[in-house]
Design a protein around this ligand. Structure first.
Ligand SMILES: [Zn+2]
Ligand SMILES: [Zn+2]
Length: 244
């Protein structure tokens, strides 16, 4: 990479700030929406939790600032220098690649999350990096991005790194980000939004929803996964689901 001109540097800064605003705005809008749904579906569930919710919003907005930096750099590089393997032409890859690329993104993110999450449960690392996330007892819809900056960095680099490795259509990338946002919220919401017919099905045996992640927040040293129970089953860390 050559030296960066002043306008180039300015564009990079604007891109990072824009991404921070987008991530922060997306968090407030979606967590706000699900908090509202919670108020309708489970009245009083968050009663008396105002202080915790304020803390969750504080750490989440700080995380949004951290998530915005690598995302902004990559978005700028994509626009200005054609970086990344993001494509916009539907015919660039076979149609079947679209769902497969989404699955590969989710599986790679899940794998990264599982192992970094287990690492963050080592006592010394936990106190520094992960205690903030577990300070939510039980978590609410606002806890989706409630991470200490160290944990936020481990989460923020995943998708910006994967777009260099795995070709993905820009619309499928949007789908990955939507799934990431919605599952991050619903897994922490404190109640199960998905039907029991799915949660307790054969497919549910492999998928993570609130019933699974809630148990992680209750018992700590189990159920480390993000989207799939693959690594938890394989490594013997899956303790089943609880009823949040
Ligand atoms: Zn959690
Ligand atoms: Zn944890």
């Amino acid at each position: 990479m050559g030296s960066l001109s002043a306008p180039g540097l300015w564009a990079l800064l604007v891109s990072a700030l824009a991404m921070t605003a987008i991530v922060g705005g997306r968090y407030l809008a979606t967590s706000g929406l699900f908090a509202l749904i919670t108020r309708r579906a489970r009245p009083g569930l968050y009663a008396g939790m105002d202080r915790q919710i304020r803390r969750e919003i504080f750490w989440s907005l700080l995380s949004a600032g951290i998530y915005g930096v690598p995302a902004g750099i990559v978005a700028w590089g994509w626009q200005a220098h054609g970086w990344t393997r993001i494509y916009t032409d539907f015919s660039a890859y076979p149609v079947w690649w679209m769902p497969l690329s989404v699955f590969l993104f989710l599986f790679a993110h899940d794998t990264w999350f599982y192992w970094t999450h287990r690492w963050m449960h080592r006592p010394r690392v936990f106190r520094i990096a992960h205690a903030v996330h577990h300070a939510s007892r039980p978590p609410t819809a606002w806890a989706a991005m409630s991470f200490h900056p160290v944990e936020a960095v481990t989460g923020a680099v995943v998708i910006p790194a994967l777009v260099f490795l795995i070709p993905i259509h820009v619309a499928m990338l949007g789908l990955v980000l939507t799934i990431m946002t919605v599952m991050g919220i619903t897994n922490h919401m404190g109640w199960e939004i998905f039907p029991q017919a799915l949660v307790r099905s054969r497919l549910g045996h492999w998928l993570i929803t609130a019933s699974h992640h809630h148990r992680h927040h209750e018992q700590y040293r189990c159920n480390y996964g993000l989207y799939f129970r693959f690594w938890d089953h394989l490594c013997g860390t899956d303790r089943g689901i609880s009823t949040p």
